[in-house]
Design a protein. Structure first.
Length: 264
């Protein structure tokens, strides 16, 4: 099986067409050679030098990531630069990197489907796999906002979360978007869906004030909770593509999210 076979399979599962417009030229095959045989596969949120070394040490020559490696234009490739070090290492060790970003967010069995399922959100009507359809919203067992915050912390293995709103407010309907989903239009969407609480990362102060003034409570989580999606990606690859072939699919042991929430 060649690397191109894995890429073609994943492109069918999470089509590039459902990625957001800003993402279209960033996702996909970022670094490497598609025409070589797959050894093993490593899944990660981000491509870093440590992740590349981990892949090599595990005998994986294909790294499947969430965030595009070259998100911003790269005008020079110099071995001593941060990106240059990674590119040189990847080429020297015959490693390849393939990324699925907002297509994995929006896709069926992608990031937001999984996060919604982990919280028990009844969001079947939202599993459409459509472009820019990122929000997963639905009913949950009624509970106080503070109780929901504790549940979110437990399910996503976090040291803590931030909340905005009355801790004793009863939450019946929840919306969630993994990563950075706190843009004004996303908050308006959660309000229009009549969510009592919206869960996402990287919430700016003014957006939080707007949400609260419109009756929407917030729970802010780490951007890195997106990493749980690779449980699904690993399962899909193993059960539908790799089958009995001698290829291992690993999930990276490296947490590439630089932010850690501490509670003292």
């Amino acid at each position: 099986m060649q690397i191109s076979d894995v890429i073609n399979f994943l492109n069918q599962k999470f089509p590039k067409e459902i990625a957001s417009d800003f993402d279209q030229n960033r996702i996909g095959f970022n670094v490497g050679d598609m025409d070589i045989e797959v050894a093993n596969i490593l899944c990660t949120l981000d491509l870093t030098l440590d992740v590349a070394k981990e892949a090599f040490n595990k005998g994986a020559n294909l790294i499947i990531g969430h965030h595009p490696f070259l998100f911003d234009p790269l005008h020079k490739v110099i071995k001593q630069d941060d990106k240059g070090k990674i590119i040189y290492y990847m080429i020297e060790h015959h490693l390849s990197y393939f990324s699925m970003h907002t297509n994995l967010d929006a896709g069926i069995n992608g990031v937001n489907d999984l996060l919604g399922n982990m919280l028990g959100i009844d969001a079947n009507n939202y599993y459409k796999g459509e472009k820019d359809n990122l929000l997963r919203a639905g009913k949950i067992k009624p509970m106080k906002l503070i109780e929901l915050a504790k549940l979110v912390q437990k399910k996503f293995l976090l040291n803590g979360v931030r909340i905005a709103g009355d801790p004793n407010k009863i939450i019946n309907k929840v919306g969630i978007i993994g990563g950075s989903g706190a843009q004004p239009d996303a908050i308006v969407n959660a309000i229009n869906e009549k969510c009592d609480c919206y869960i996402t990362g990287e919430i700016k102060l003014q957006n939080a004030i707007f949400a609260i003034s419109n009756g929407l409570s917030l729970i802010e989580v780490n951007h890195g909770i997106e990493k749980f999606v690779f449980q699904n990606v690993k399962k899909i690859l193993e059960e539908e593509l790799i089958l009995k072939q001698n290829i291992n699919v690993y999930i990276s042991d490296i947490d590439t999210d630089p932010f850690v929430t501490y509670s003292f």
